[in-house]
Design a protein around this ligand. Structure first.
Ligand SMILES: [Zn+2]
Length: 390
């Protein structure tokens, strides 16, 4: 069995005095726990560990000692073990894909997603979690229905392009998205400190012309190939910061903080967690080490070759009624040039809103072992104080 320090156990007590069972906030005063706190009794029970401590309290009559009993479910202790640390595959169900995804792209229906019971919404967001995108079919081809669909996930993120956008190729905003030009695979808002999380878009109308196919590329898939074939290029993309800007609107001038920007491939604990790539929005590379300039250009050239290879590119001709939601931290999107009148609408949703909704739905439809085993006790408002997210 895993070891835990006494102070760690005492600090993580989830009894009603130490942890607010409704708000799920810490009540224990960590700094009143004696650094050398020791239990007076430890008992292994069928469903968890019971630990009794005597704590000193200052009262009117002087210092007094009070017993305190804490209980920790086995499944929770195991889940949170740090000695030994448990390897936690954060995304056991992620599926990387290439062009062959066209045979069976993740798809749900509008009816499923809008249904009261939220089972279809869970299916939709689980697909986004696994594949980084998902189509929604049979959407009424109106901005109103599309906005309602966006709001199923969470708050729409308002940007310089508006809250819910509905646009044609009239250059109403100073960005190439508002033209008829082809757009290579890119992620959006690379010039934000925190790029938009999900992007939902829906082609409402395309008349009197051709073209305008939608391009999707799994950035995590391409990164995995780059890592395999060109480890040095992968390392450059993971380390070299790339500045970016949005400056097409006189009233706005966006750059990320820090101004040097972020690497194309962002990692946490050695795991790739975000792709940020839009070569059109890149600013001056004034900070490159002189000896790295040629190598860096070579690295992004290799990345570009893999991104634009037939094996990576998934092309799809969207038509009114099919919306798509894309994880902008993973999947790149683009389109071919077009003519005629093309009307698109859509919205951004923050990554935290999406993650929160998915967590709530997972708790309901696919609870993990800790939630399943601890829900009978210590649950208020349907959420256990032992929920692994707390
Ligand atoms: Zn307690």
């Amino acid at each position: 069995m895993a070891d835990s320090h006494h102070i760690w156990l005492r600090d993580h007590c989830r009894c009603p005095q130490c942890f607010h069972s409704a708000t799920k906030q810490r009540l224990v005063n960590t700094f009143e726990i004696p650094p050398d706190v020791k239990p007076v009794q430890v008992e292994s029970k069928a469903d968890g560990l019971e630990v009794k401590c005597n704590l000193l309290y200052l009262s009117y009559s002087g210092p007094s000692s009070q017993p305190h009993t804490s209980f920790y479910p086995w499944s929770w202790l195991q889940q949170n073990s740090y000695d030994p640390p448990l390897s936690k595959p954060s995304h056991p169900e992620r599926i990387l894909w290439g062009s062959k995804i066209l045979q069976s792209p993740p798809t749900v229906t509008y009816e499923e997603v809008m249904s009261e019971d939220e089972q279809g919404l869970f299916k939709w967001l689980s697909n986004v979690d696994k594949f980084g995108f998902c189509f929604v079919t049979s959407v009424p081809p109106t901005p109103e229905a599309t906005e309602g669909l966006s709001c199923r996930i969470g708050f729409i993120r308002e940007t310089q392009y508006g809250k819910f956008w509905d646009f044609t190729s009239d250059l109403a905003k100073g960005d190439t998205a508002y033209t008829t030009m082809a757009l290579g695979a890119h992620t959006d808002t690379t010039y934000y400190t925190d790029p938009c999380g999900l992007q939902l878009f829906h082609l409402l109308e395309h008349t009197g012309g051709k073209g305008g196919a939608t391009l999707l590329v799994d950035g995590f898939y391409v990164a995995s190939i780059l890592k395999e074939l060109h480890p040095t290029a992968y390392e450059h993309l993971s380390r070299v910061r790339v500045p970016a800007h949005a400056a097409g609107e006189p009233s706005a001038l966006y750059t990320p903080t820090p101004q040097g920007g972020y690497p194309v491939l962002r990692h946490a604990d050695d795991e790739l967690i975000q792709v940020r790539w839009n070569n059109d929005d890149r600013s001056v590379m004034s900070h490159l080490e002189p000896g790295l300039v040629e190598e860096w250009y070579d690295s992004i050239r290799k990345w570009h070759q893999l991104l634009t290879s037939a094996d990576s590119e998934y092309w799809v001709q969207l038509s009114p009624g099919t919306a798509v939601v894309v994880d902008n931290h993973r999947v790149l999107h683009g389109r071919s040039a077009f003519d005629g009148k093309r009307r698109m609408c859509g919205a951004y949703i923050g990554i935290d809103e999406y993650r929160s909704k998915l967590a709530v739905l997972s708790e309901k439809f696919a609870p993990g072992a800790v939630v399943r085993e601890t829900t009978p006790y210590s649950s208020v408002n349907g959420r256990s104080v032992w929920n692994p997210s707390l």
